[in-house]
Design a protein around this ligand. Structure first.
Ligand SMILES: [Zn+2]
Length: 455
């Protein structure tokens, strides 16, 4: 059966299991990835760490991917069932040339996919599309690869636990949504000295309780209820493969990705004034202002975890984060997005500050803001609309066009951005008051309607 082109996306390969994502597809993607690594000069015989999440389809796909890698002459180090950050850790720890995690991340159980990286760079965009071209033209390397089972979870847990020693036992509720975070979260947080109340931390790739995606508020309702009923100092949640974190304070109020990044940023700036902090274009103006007020250098950058990692390398920034809950630390850690490490670090900040979580954001203004608004728009048209928005709005307003149009109004801002992964235009608005928020939103909506968008 042919391999569908559309599963080769901006940041990963992703499809519906049994439909466009099958073991024969995994085998070919593995062979293409191994061939690419050899061509890129990552050793005539590259070693590749291979991990998988807890979805029911992951093991078969991982085995097929491994045989593709071997056929291309790569040496596979199978690190087993792990959260995605433990696979990233394995690439460092085992000194592999590359890594691949079989994971559907936060998507429903019928999905699965492949996240790939090389030891020194993210693997995304044209590199992923190149795998499809390679499969189409059958440009495969051949060789004598090998396979070795090399469990990594214990090493990963020891590494993260070794980085923290809580000054006092903070009480925290954690919700893994039965995702791959279940394999390490309780051990990690108890290991650093937290008092852990675990919710859905039994690994079950069918996700029987709620969907493992903390950016959707409904998925946090049980965590919020538990924090309120137990008097915990905070609650944290992870997405299905635990590369993202969500958090709620002791009152059960959701702390969104931008405000959460601010907690980490303010903490880092206390010991290292002048630090650069990277955040994506969806984040609050409050974050940028507060970083500057605290003596830091705010850097607004494109949305996408691979793009943020690349910007960190280029700028030398050591702390970064996204609205979506991907957080990156290169100061006391490896620089990749790890929701579990992020949770330990958050609990550590709360312990040192005397807690609870809301205290860390005391005095930080809360503006009126919308969540992300997603409007359907064809892939062909979405970039045209964004380009037109930049032209139109810059006549009267400052516009940052690094990723879409982020239009600055006197008392707020609007974001009009083309999604990299879906036929969607993403909008977000923030302003100093609800009436101004409505006015800015209406102005942008009216303009978008004139462009033919249905909102
Ligand atoms: Zn994820």
């Amino acid at each position: 059966m042919p391999v569908s082109q559309h599963i080769f996306r901006e940041y990963d390969v992703r499809g519906v299991v049994g439909d466009d994502l099958r073991p024969d597809v995994a085998e070919q993607v593995g062979r293409a990835f191994g061939s690419q690594l050899r061509e890129d000069g990552r050793g005539a015989e590259p070693t590749v760490a291979l991990g998988r999440d807890n979805r029911l389809s992951s093991e078969d796909l991982a085995q097929a991917f491994a045989s593709g890698l071997r056929a291309a002459g790569a040496h596979v180090r199978d690190v087993g069932l792990v959260p995605t950050p433990a696979l990233y850790f394995a690439v460092h720890h085992l000194e592999c040339d590359a890594g691949i995690q079989v994971t559907g991340s936060h998507n429903p159980p019928e999905y699965n996919g492949f996240k790939m990286l090389t030891a020194h760079a993210p693997f995304y965009g044209p590199a992923i599309r190149g795998l499809w071209k390679r499969i189409e033209t059958k440009r495969f390397a051949t060789g004598q690869g090998s396979y070795q089972s090399r469990p990594i979870l214990a090493d990963y847990i020891a590494d993260v636990v070794g980085r923290f020693k809580l000054e006092r036992p903070v009480s925290v509720v954690i919700d893994c949504g039965n995702g791959a975070g279940s394999l390490a979260a309780v051990q990690l947080l108890e290991g650093i000295g937290a008092r852990v109340d675990a919710l859905y931390c039994e690994s079950d790739g069918r996700f029987p309780n709620h969907h493992p995606d903390p950016t959707v508020d409904a998925n946090l309702s049980e965590l919020i209820a538990r924090v309120r009923s137990t008097g915990a100092e905070l609650g944290v949640a992870f997405d299905g493969d635990a590369d993202r974190i969500g958090a709620v304070d002791e009152n059960g109020e959701i702390v969104r990705g931008d405000y959460l990044l601010l907690v980490y940023a303010l903490d880092a700036l206390r010991s290292r004034p002048g630090e650069q902090i990277i955040f994506d274009v969806k984040c609050s103006q409050v974050l940028e202002d507060a970083i500057r007020d605290a003596g830091g250098v705010p850097i607004m950058w494109k949305t996408g975890h691979s793009l943020i990692k690349e910007k960190m390398r280029e700028s030398g920034a050591r702390v970064a984060g996204e609205m979506s809950g991907h957080m990156f630390f290169g100061d006391d850690y490896y620089g990749y997005d790890d929701g579990l490490y992020s949770a330990c670090r958050l609990v550590d900040v709360v312990a040192r500050s005397g807690g609870p979580l809301s205290k860390l954001l005391e005095g930080v203004p809360r503006l009126a803001a919308t969540p992300e608004i997603r409007v359907e728009c064809s892939d062909a048209k979405k970039f045209e609309i964004v380009a037109a928005a930049v032209e139109h709005f810059k006549r009267h307003h400052p516009v940052n066009d690094i990723d879409g149009a982020r239009v600055k109004f006197e008392d707020g801002w609007a974001l009009i951005r083309a999604s990299n992964t879906q036929p969607i235009v993403v909008l977000r608005f923030e302003a100093t008051s609800e009436p101004r928020l409505a006015a800015i939103r209406d102005e942008v909506y009216n303009w978008l309607r004139v462009q033919g968008l249905e909102i």
